[in-house]
Design a protein around this ligand. Structure first.
Ligand code: SF4
Length: 359
């Protein structure tokens, strides 16, 4: 088993190595305490330090702890943990590959533990989409947008980029940041998944430990508040259009649905919001909403960034705050943060009104 796989367990080759090495994950979790302990450390460090903790010397333990950590994250099943875990794995990988790329030592060991930039580009099928230029790189805009979607600093917004011939110029540090995003997306893909009962039982104590740390950190409150008055102007406009019965193009419907799922609305609540629209089809709305939130697809989709909203013509009625944020979620987070503690959640308000009217 190569140490490279232990350092970068998200690689396809590492997955293959696990498949060859591991007869059965159930046996590993039942019999290999060192792997289970490292897997648990991996997830706990995610919450406490934002990285994946101290690696073990034994490459086998280190490599196998990755799939077991994914099982633990799935068992706990909290979206905030999935996001933090994926971010931490990507941050650790980023630190390692920036070191690898900076390491120009001639004294490479027989079994290399480092990655080359070309390896990373090939891993994510980016060789054709990223081209070296004299003073940096150029990446195809269609590849750039999803990779940069969760990078909220202004510099990532497409309007702040000198787009030429369908390509976005980037420097090397930006390319590495985009590769970190590719890793984060890959780690997040498919999480959480259903865990077979036998494995769940064997890992119950570790899952409980992680749940307790999560509860203590009180992270589950990430934006789970629905206050329409504080929605960004673009989302208000899209919701208004829905309420007026207008037909929304697919990208607009995707944007508003992804926004509503990201702030914690359930599929039922979103379906209720859409119900007033005459072009509403309950079955299709449910299907699309479940798909976007990742219940029926391997990916939990994020709402588009302001740059993407602008390119689709969905960015309207911009206000002062819009000038300072790169993403509709950042807008909403800022408004919620700036508000008093006592926020009037639309779902509670709606419930009270229904109760008062006897519905
Ligand atoms: S700037 Fe962003 S948040 Fe503001 S309206 Fe446009 S897309 Fe929405």
């Amino acid at each position: 088993m190569q140490r490279l796989h232990a350092r970068y367990p998200f690689l396809e080759a590492a997955r293959d190595a696990v498949a060859t090495e591991t007869v059965d994950l159930a046996t590993v979790v039942e019999q290999d305490r060192a792997v289970v302990e490292r897997a648990c450390d991996r997830v706990v460090a995610t919450l406490e330090e934002g990285d994946t903790g101290t690696p073990r010397r034994d490459a086998r333990v280190e490599l196998l702890s990755y799939p077991v950590a994914r099982v633990l994250v799935s068992l706990v099943g909290e979206r905030v943990l999935v996001r933090k875990y994926a971010r931490a794995e990507a941050a650790t990988a980023f630190e390692r590959f920036t070191d690898d790329l900076a390491d120009t030592t001639e004294l490479k060991s027989v079994e290399s533990t480092g990655l080359e930039l070309s390896d990373l580009l090939a891993e994510f099928d980016l060789e054709d989409d990223v081209r070296e230029t004299g003073d940096g790189y150029r990446i195809d805009v269609g590849t750039y947008l999803p990779l940069a979607a969760d990078l909220w600093d202004d510099e990532w917004r497409l309007v702040n980029r000198a787009l030429t011939g369908g390509g976005v110029p980037i420097d090397e540090s930006e390319l590495l940041a985009l590769l970190r995003e590719a890793i984060r997306t890959r780690v997040e893909d498919g999480l959480p998944f259903d865990v077979p009962e036998m494995i769940a039982t064997a890992l119950e104590a570790e899952a409980e430990e992680i749940r307790a740390i999560l509860a203590e950190l009180d992270l589950t409150r990430e934006i789970d508040t629905v206050v329409p008055e504080m929605f960004p102007p673009c989302m208000k406009a899209l919701l208004d259009a829905i309420q007026k019965g207008e037909h929304l193009p697919h990208h607009s419907r995707f944007a508003v649905t992804a926004f509503l799922t990201s702030i914690g609305m359930s599929t039922d609540e979103i379906v209720d919001l859409y119900r007033v629209n005459s072009s509403f089809g309950e079955e299709m709305t449910r299907y699309q909403t479940d798909h976007i939130r990742g219940d029926t697809s391997p990916t939990e989709y994020s709402p588009p960034s302001c740059a993407t909203m602008q390119s689709y013509g969905d960015c309207v009625n911009k206000d002062d705050l819009c000038e300072r944020i790169p993403h509709p979620m950042a807008y909403y987070e800022q408004r919620i943060d700036d508000a008093d503690d006592d926020l009037d959640d639309w779902r509670e308000r709606n419930g009270e009104e229904e109760a008062a009217s006897g519905d």
